[in-house]
Design a protein around this ligand. Structure first.
Ligand code: SF4
Length: 103
C-alpha cells in the first residue's frame, strides 16, 4: 500500500468511527415522550413553559432540565440523559416535578 493510499484508508476508518459514534448516540438518545407513563407520573414536559401551573404551583419558568441537578447533558446540549428516564434523553428546556436546583 502506498503512503497516500494508506492515508486515505486511515481517514476512511476515522470517518467510519465517527459515523458509528453518531449512530450510538442516537440509539441511547430516544427523546422521552411526554405521554410515556413514567413521564406522565413525573409531570414531565418537553417545554418548561407549557407546564400546568395549577397542577404544579411550585414550578417556575426558569426551572428546566438544563438547570436541574440530575441533568446529565453538557451546558449548551439540546438534550441529555436523566437518571429518572434511563436510556432516554430529556429536553434541555424540559421540566419534571423532580426538578432540583443544580448546585
Ligand atoms: S429530574 Fe431534572 S433533568 Fe430529569 S426530567 Fe426532571 S427536571 Fe429534567
Amino acid at each position: 500500500m502506498s503512503q497516500s493510499n494508506r492515508r486515505t484508508f486511515l481517514m476512511q476508518v476515522a470517518a467510519c468511527g465517527g459515523a458509528l459514534a453518531a449512530v450510538q448516540a442516537q440509539a441511547q438518545g430516544a427523546k422521552v415522550d411526554e405521554k410515556d407513563p413514567a413521564a406522565v407520573g413525573l409531570g414531565y414536559a418537553a417545554d418548561t413553559t407549557k407546564v400546568d401551573a395549577k397542577k404544579y404551583p411550585k414550578h417556575a419558568k426558569d426551572q428546566k432540565c438544563s438547570s436541574c441537578a440530575l441533568f446529565q447533558g453538557k451546558a449548551g446540549d439540546a438534550a441529555g440523559g436523566c437518571p429518572l428516564f434511563a436510556g432516554k434523553q430529556v429536553a434541555a428546556g424540559g421540566w419534571c416535578s423532580a426538578w432540583a436546583k443544580k448546585a
